[in-house]
Ligand binder design. Sequence first.
Ligand code: USQ
Length: 421
Amino acid sequence: MKVLITGIDGYSGWPLALHLLSRGHDVAGLDNLVTRKRVAEVGSWSALPIQSFPKRQEAVRRLLGKEVRFYKGDLGKWEFVREVLEKERPEAIVHLAEQRSAPYSMIDVHHAVQTQVENVTGTLHLLYAIREIVPDCHLVKMGTMGEYGTPNVDIPEGFFDIEYRGRSDRLPFPRQAGSWYHWSKVFDSGDVMFATKIWNLRSTDVMQGVIYGTRTPEITDPALFTRFDFDETWGTALNRFVAEAVLGLPITPYGQGHQIRGFIALEDSMQSLRLAVEHPAQPGEYRVFNQFDAAYSVNHLAEVTQKVAEAQGIHATIEHPPDPRVEAEQHHYNPIHDHLPALGYRRTRELEEALQEIFRDVRKYKRRLEAKRHVVMPAVSWRTGDNRPQLHARSAPTAPPTPEAPAVPAAPSLDPTRSPA
Ligand code: USQ
């Protein structure tokens, strides 16, 4: 199948390209490479060194004997979106090209606006371009489990049956997102659902849990590494916990640590997206997949990380910083996830096994973690309208702000995108 991946340079986008190529699909991708700049903006970098995109293409040629076509550009530019779709005429688009960090969206008003404008605009441009150029193309849109929040009832896959004042209907399940970023995904979901209805498009909205891991079966060589973020803004819970243990810093379940989220290994997230691509929605169908393997509390993840660290000779401690977010620290959590198993999805990666692998990979690059240890502890608070003073305080600016990064001091020039290690 001919697949276009938007956001092909990202943590999920790159391994997805490798996975689809290895399964015989024809893959092209686009990206504006802005995540690399934004991670540098908060003073961090990927723990695993990643190649420039031309070098990634070269590695794919050399190691997999395949070609991946690439368009550098921005979904915010309507003409660019049209041109890529005209040229590629994909049968499926996996749309990952969005600002994907909740803490980044909470830095200040500019980051909040940037996140929502970019994410909603990019999705609308794609929807219009699909309507005009490839109306039969299946859109697989990356959403988030965080759209639902933590309601005190079970969470269905997108829709539920409700009776109210003697009448009944099947309605979208209420969304109660927990950051400006997560709200941007809620708005996207509404737009994709509406476009599907009025233009008879095909769409799958993937409510993705938190991804963890460094490897998929296709990542067999460091030249094929995907990025691995561990700073407080871009790193996600389990990946951060490993980095903290390797650095000798305490593992940090925030607040009471009873927050529960759905988690999924990188490899299994790729399997899920492939299954969605290979089993397209029908014309006029908007379907929702809850995509995660298991729900864990962050306390549980901290304890398992500590245990795996111990087995590797690392003595890790656990500390509970005050929760920088406004979120329930103790709550019911039972999302349903039946749609993907019905398409043949099977979990392949167990938590401890994935953790051992992350430790193995990340320990080899400990000096890259050491260089950025000052950006690991939480600094962005949900309660504060302007977090720039905290971000300034923890990393002394060494360079003037760049046009891409006006709000926060630019990172020291240790960034891998500027001088690959
Ligand atoms: N958390 C800690 N300690 C940490 C980091 C996080 O306790 O050091 C907690 C957070 O407070 C939160 C939970 O772990 O309760 C998850 O936080 P996270 O940073 O791992 O993930 P989140 O901000 O929710 O966002 C990530 C991705 C996002 C994706 C989302 C899926 O960055 O792109 O949409 O996971 S989900 O969480 O299901 O919404």
